[in-house]
Design a binder for this molecule. Structure first.
Ligand SMILES: [Zn+2]
Length: 325
């Protein structure tokens, strides 16, 4: 087992930070979480170093056993220089050169990738994408992010925007998206957009059963409430869900015929709602992709689920070492 080596990973989320120590054979040897709400980088960065070093020591290793670290962070960012430029949920984090800071403090090389790519890498090295040379991961949460592995490599694109699948336009002159385009896939199938749309549509229906399911508060309607209403057979919710599944099938069909992946690994909604979500998508898929590309592709929920953050940065580090060789 002498060829097994170790890496450290940091997942810098808008509200939480996850740190993981992993081995190249797919084990997690240490993990920790930190609150990252309304923080200042001057307080957080030194803690990342202290926690990382302690994790390495607690696992009976020394820093010389750690080959690299990886940072998973949201866009907007400067991935080439490893700088978090202006993360949406952290107003005090502006132009933070996080990679350089950690390289100097930890004394090992590091890499920086956007969080959706890191989630894909995490499933590739540790989860439902293991062993696939062609696979795609979709986050399916408040927004829809994606990471593409094609011919055994992460696809980044010329300006590092590859994988922005949530902002592929699926409806001409459609619903306005937060990104500025109209008719984006995310504007129809992202959790935040769905909640906003239902709240808008039910504003004048105070007695609607979905509002009751949300504890009487229109503003608390979300994907969980929608799923409950679908299971309860609410007519509006069932119709809404059906349309959402059809649009997901449309987007998946685009990916299947473009990349011909062996697996499409799906985040949050897919493992939270299970077959209620996946079955109608499988049923609609033949309208949007060829039978050959459907036959080649398994549609599966994420394996790492809520723990994906512990693996995200470490997976970026493993991929960095793989690409460097
Ligand atoms: Zn968009």
């Amino acid at each position: 087992m002498s060829d097994v080596f170790h890496v450290l990973g940091y997942d810098v989320g808008g509200t939480k930070l996850a740190i993981g120590l992993a081995s190249s054979d797919g084990r997690i040897l240490g993990k920790a979480r930190l609150d990252n709400k309304d923080t200042h980088p001057d307080d957080i960065l030194p803690q990342l170093v202290t926690i990382g070093r302690k994790m390495v020591a607690d696992a009976g290793l020394s820093m010389s056993d750690i080959r690299a670290f990886g940072i998973s962070a949201p866009y907007p960012a400067d991935p080439v220089n490893g700088v978090m430029t202006r993360p949406t949920n952290n107003p005090k984090w502006r132009n933070v050169p996080i990679r350089r800071y950690l390289e100097e403090a930890l004394g090992i090389p590091g890499t920086f990738e956007n969080d959706a790519n890191c989630a894909a890498l995490a499933e590739w090295f540790f989860g439902a994408g293991r062993g696939c040379e062609d696979f795609i991961y979709l986050t399916m949460s408040t927004g829809i992010g994606g990471g593409i592995i094609a011919a055994n490599r992460l696809v980044r694109g010329r300006g590092f925007y590859a994988g922005e699948i949530g902002h592929v336009v699926i409806e001409r002159d459609g619903i306005e998206c937060a990104c500025g385009l109209r008719g984006c896939y995310e504007a129809y199938c992202g959790g935040r957009a769905i909640a906003q749309r239902i709240q808008r549509e039910l504003r004048d229906c105070p007695n609607h059963p979905m509002i009751q399911l949300a504890g009487g508060r229109l503003e608390d309607i979300d994907m969980i409430v929608l799923e409950k209403a679908v299971r309860a057979g609410d007519e509006y919710a069932v119709k809404f869900w059906d349309d959402m599944c059809r649009r997901n099938a449309q987007a998946f069909g685009f990916l299947l015929n473009t990349f011909n992946p062996a697996r499409l690994v799906l985040g949050t909604f897919a493992w939270a709602a299970g077959d209620l979500f996946l079955e109608p998508i499988r049923r609609y898929l033949p309208q949007y992709a060829w039978s050959q590309t459907i036959a080649d592709c398994e549609l599966v929920p994420s394996e790492l689920r809520r723990d994906i953050g512990y693996y995200a940065g470490a997976a970026a580090a493993l991929n960095y070492l793989k690409e460097r060789n």
